[in-house]
Design a binder for this molecule. Structure first.
Ligand SMILES: *[C@@H]1O[C@H](CO)[C@@H](O)[C@H](O)[C@H]1NC(C)=O
Ligand SMILES: *[C@@H]1O[C@H](CO)[C@@H](O)[C@H](O)[C@H]1NC(C)=O
Ligand SMILES: *[C@@H]1O[C@H](CO)[C@@H](O)[C@H](O)[C@H]1NC(C)=O
Ligand SMILES: *[C@@H]1O[C@H](CO)[C@@H](O)[C@H](O)[C@H]1NC(C)=O
Ligand SMILES: *[C@@H]1O[C@H](CO)[C@@H](O)[C@H](O)[C@H]1NC(C)=O
Length: 547
């Protein structure tokens, strides 16, 4: 059975799903965004249906997870089921609410108060069997926000479908989750939730505002105002989110901003600030998206892949919902997508799409479909307390080749999230041929990096590196050649489909290794490494020119 959504013509916030035997595509020549959202909703919820385990009352984990079942995805699915409201969907959602709530931590003395288990099999955190080694160990503090934001949509829009008892239980659970979220203070007890951690910060803000308003808890509502102001103050410095240009988290941020727009209380600071931030988010996306390569150009503060056509990102549903799957950076084949578990989130993006689209200009929309022509995009982004100074971003975009880089000095290696595999401050992407996109990314080993992109060029240096820190090296990971036809990849000057000239004060002899460990975001790559001489005085540099 296919389900149709009547999104157009309904007031925002009162989206009504209805069961129908008519496939969505037979609703006439309606090539509108509501059709794209329908298409995305149906495709992804049906994929989720396939993971449902009736005995457990949970979704089987789609990828690595601390247990066989995945609490967060299952919680997301509850809201989606209510939106679809097909045969048996509401009963299944009620069961999920009961199951997930039974795994909520209720002791106010715990740092994880109000959080939900990562998996229903997990023992109590903070025990010998499952020690508490701070946030993201035996408990994940962001689950409050992910579950909370999905469920506020459920209660706001679909509570009429639920028994009063379930509504009361979910309300109470969200109240506890929101109170527990207030335990999070960046820098205290190992917590990292600063305003610069854009995606959960934006989610927590609407969670506080909405729950506070719903249950009449003024401290929560006021916390929402405070968090909105702190986000806005940081954002206004450069009109960018600190978690800049992430193929995954820029999507989460836009989704959560759409929730600000749709669900925040009237007269709140969330309502006041969201038009400016969400409009700018779309415009930035339209500048950095290459509709020809179907990829966001670099640099990426946080990524889980190197070609969006091979893994599931969360910017893809934003673009799919706006202009259709055909133009989205989404794998052609669902089977075998890397990072596939994020596909479970897509139906929630579909529901938010009418609100999100209110802020998309005609020109930006056009850029998502057709590459607008060669351009250089410059920006700044700031992540206190990690950045010594605001990062400078330069991205040069042409139809078949993009080069993106950022200059930074931080007190950690791997960006604010301290993840060397996610943080990609210098990236080159190009069309190897009609179907393959190559990627060379700079693997970070330093906390201070000058990386600047300009037309056909990438310059990287380490201003703070000295030979006493040694060995000092420049590591580049090349990927994208999935069918090599026996082309030999021999180094940065021997890449398929891209002719580069290398200039460096590192040793001329580089190493190249084909790495199949899959320890970096599951991907397979050539690791090309240039190493500095043991003794050096000038700052290490490497320059790549397209010739
Ligand atoms: C009220 O909210 C603030 C954060 O905005 C928090 O620090 C404080 O603990 C909260 N008070 C109560 C009683 O929950
Ligand atoms: C970053 O860019 C700004 C504005 O163009 C400039 O003033 C500043 O010196 C740059 N900083 C670095 C570290 O390059
Ligand atoms: C790197 O050096 C610059 C000055 O050249 C300094 O401002 C900055 O704090 C240093 N950064 C780190 C992380 O040591
Ligand atoms: C690739 O290298 C192998 C072994 O060195 C060689 O036999 C082969 O001819 C090379 N292929 C091409 C296309 O140059
Ligand atoms: C790439 O190779 C270098 C040199 O062997 C090594 O130090 C580095 O850890 C490798 N990087 C990755 C991501 O495997």
């Amino acid at each position: 059975m296919k389900i149709s959504f009547a999104i157009l013509g309904l007031t925002a916030g009162h989206l009504v799903g209805f069961a129908s035997a008519v496939p969505f595509h037979s609703r006439g020549a309606q090539s509108s965004s509501s059709t794209y959202a329908d298409d995305m909703f149906n495709t992804a919820i049906e994929w989720n249906d396939g993971f449902w385990n009736e005995d457990a009352g949970y979704l089987v984990a789609a990828a690595s997870n601390p247990g066989r079942y995945d609490t967060r995805h299952t919680a997301w699915y509850a809201t989606q089921l209510l939106a679809r409201n097909g045969h048996g969907d509401v009963a299944r959602a009620v069961r999920i609410f009961d199951n997930v709530i039974s795994g909520q931590y209720l002791d106010p003395a715990d740092q994880w108060y109000g959080d939900y288990t990562q998996s229903p099999s997990a023992p109590q955190p903070g025990t010998t069997e499952y020690p508490d080694e701070g946030p993201y160990s035996s408990w994940d503090p962001n689950i409050r926000d992910f579950v909370g934001c999905a469920w506020l949509v459920a209660l706001n829009d679909y509570d009429h479908l639920l028994p009063a008892e379930t509504v009361a239980r979910v309300e109470k659970s969200l109240h506890i989750a929101a109170k527990g979220d207030l335990y999070r203070v960046g820098g205290v007890d190992g917590d990292n939730l600063y305003p610069c951690y854009s995606n959960p910060w934006i989610m927590r803000t609407i969670l506080q505002n909405w729950v506070g308003t719903r249950v009449g808890d003024k401290n929560l509502t006021q916390s929402g105002e405070k968090f909105a102001q702190e986000l806005y103050d940081l954002w206004s410095m450069y009109h960018t989110l600190s978690e800049f240009n992430s193929p995954t988290y820029s999507g989460v941020a836009m989704w959560a901003l759409a929730l600000w727009s749709q669900y925040a209380s009237d007269g709140s600071l969330l309502q006041k600030y969201v038009p400016e931030i969400l409009t700018a988010s779309w415009n930035e996306l339209a500048q950095l998206y290459n509709a020809n390569l179907k990829n966001l150009a670099g640099p990426w503060d946080r990524t889980y892949g190197y070609n969006m056509m091979s893994y599931t990102s969360l910017v893809a549903p934003v673009i799919w919902g706006a202009v259709g799957k055909e133009y989205a950076p989404f794998p052609k084949q669902i089977s075998g997508m890397y990072h596939q578990d994020d596909f479970a989130f897509y139906p929630l993006f579909a529901l938010a799409m009418p609100e999100m689209l209110k802020y998309l200009s005609a020109q930006s929309k056009k850029n998502l479909v057709e590459f607008p022509g060669e351009h250089l995009h410059t920006a700044q982004a700031y992540s206190p307390p990690f950045d010594t100074y605001p990062r400078n971003i330069t991205t040069w975009m042409s139809k078949d080749l993009t080069i993106g880089a950022e200059t930074l000095a931080q007190d950690v290696i791997g960006g604010a999230a301290k993840s060397t595999s996610a943080f990609n401050p210098a990236v080159i992407q190009w069309a190897i041929d009609n179907s393959q996109t190559g990627c060379v990314t700079h693997w970070v080993t330093e906390s201070s990096i000058h990386a600047v992109a300009s037309p056909n060029a990438l310059d990287i240096s380490y201003p703070n590196a000295t030979s006493t820190d040694g060995p000092v090296s420049f590591n580049f990971l090349f990927s994208g050649l999935a069918v090599s036809h026996r082309v030999n990849v021999t180094g940065l000057e021997g890449l398929p489909g891209l002719k580069l000239k290398v200039t460096t004060n590192a040793l001329a002899d580089y190493t190249i290794v084909y790495d199949t460990d899959q320890s970096v975001n599951d991907f397979i790559f050539y690791n090309i490494t240039y190493t500095m001489p043991e003794q050096f005085t000038d700052a290490p540099f490497i320059s790549l020119r397209v010739v």
